[in-house]
Design a protein around this ligand. Structure first.
Ligand SMILES: [Zn+2]
Length: 341
């Protein structure tokens, strides 16, 4: 009798799926647990694009939503998600932004009655038996005076499913990696590479410490920021990490049993065993205007590319998104704060 019971327990342990959605230049990752819980990390830039993919994956509600940081390529699609799907808990870095889309997202959380707060350093959220999410950053005090404080204080998450480990870095930068390492970053099977593979992240020391087998990079085809950066790609190759890119393949799906990870949708752009044939990602096939449904959050216009960005001194992305200081308040956020209190 006992052997049969233990066999059944193993059979129902199930598979966790990790989908790196195809949102062009941006990030959006969906976790689906064996018990049917959905966790969303970031929502890309456009609500219609991410919402359509969530619908296709059968998502009707979200157990947990995390916005790594309030830049548009991670947060722009979030209001549509908040407006259309029930969310049990919403976490963010706690850093505010001056954009209209940020204020509008905060208003939507209040309007929809979503429980929301800052992700606490070291907190562990248990999803199903054997699946935990640990907050590795931001710390109790924020990194300040960095190249981009919003990036550097991205919410960094370690997801463990049995023996399988995933590290989600948001747009963290080198100083974040130092802080996370100080707290004792584990060896992890899968690294969602920070900041779309930017050269300002993924230091060799950090990659050696994490020692992943699989690197996931989300970036848009021929994006104007030059993501992923050559230095990052070379560092990953030196570490013999198989590199999967959304600009190369589109959506990438990993299956985790708790004792091993398989790529069920995707081919590596590079692996120690060679590289694969390129396919056209969904984001390049489907014009965003052809996708119906939710309302688009309004957004501030982006600055055009500059010589500084092309020279790699400072990404245009951040220059456009950090217009005004993080601490400067605009009228709409003051309104949001009044409503929240
Ligand atoms: Zn980004």
């Amino acid at each position: 009798m006992l052997p049969l019971l233990s066999l059944l327990a193993t059979a129902t342990a199930g598979t966790m799926q990790v989908h790196m959605l195809d949102v062009g230049q941006g990030d959006s990752i969906l976790l689906q647990t064996p018990a049917g819980k959905n966790v969303l990390i970031d929502a890309g830039k456009k609500g219609a694009v991410v919402y359509q993919q969530l619908e296709t994956l059968g998502v009707r509600e979200l157990e947990l939503v995390v916005t790594s940081h309030p830049h548009t390529d991670h947060m722009g699609g979030m209001e549509a998600v908040v407006r259309h799907l029930p969310i049990a808990l919403y976490l963010d870095s706690g850093l505010e932004h001056t954009t209209h889309s940020y204020a509008s997202l905060m208003e939507s959380l209040v309007d929809e009655g979503v429980s929301h707060r800052r992700a606490e350093w070291g907190e562990v959220i248990t999803l199903d038996d054997g699946i935990t999410i640990k907050v590795l950053w931001p710390g109790n005090s924020y990194l300040r005076g960095t190249r981009s404080d919003l990036n550097s204080n991205s919410v960094v998450l370690q997801v463990d499913h049995g023996d399988d480990c995933f590290l989600f870095m948001g747009d963290a930068e080198a100083p974040t990696e130092v802080e996370v390492s100080r707290g004792g970053v584990p060896q992890c099977d899968v690294l969602k590479v920070a900041h779309h593979g930017s050269n300002h992240s993924s230091s060799a020391a950090f990659l050696r410490q994490v020692d992943p087998d699989i690197a996931l990079i989300s970036s848009g085809q021929d994006n104007r920021y030059g993501h992923p950066g050559e230095l990052t790609l070379e560092a990953l190759q030196r570490q013999e990490v198989a590199i999967y890119r959304t600009d190369f393949w589109g959506q990438i799906t990993l299956d985790s049993t708790g004792s091993g990870i398989q790529v069920s949708d995707g081919r590596p752009w590079w692996s120690p065993n060679g590289s694969a044939q390129k396919v056209t990602p969904v984001s390049a096939q489907v014009p965003a205007t052809s996708i119906p449904t939710p309302p688009q959050p309004k957004d501030v216009p982006e600055a055009p590319p500059s010589a500084a960005a092309l020279s790699g001194v400072r990404d245009v992305e951040e220059r456009a998104q950090e217009k005004g200081s993080d601490s400067t308040e605009n009228q709409s956020r003051r309104n949001w704060r009044r409503r929240r209190n």
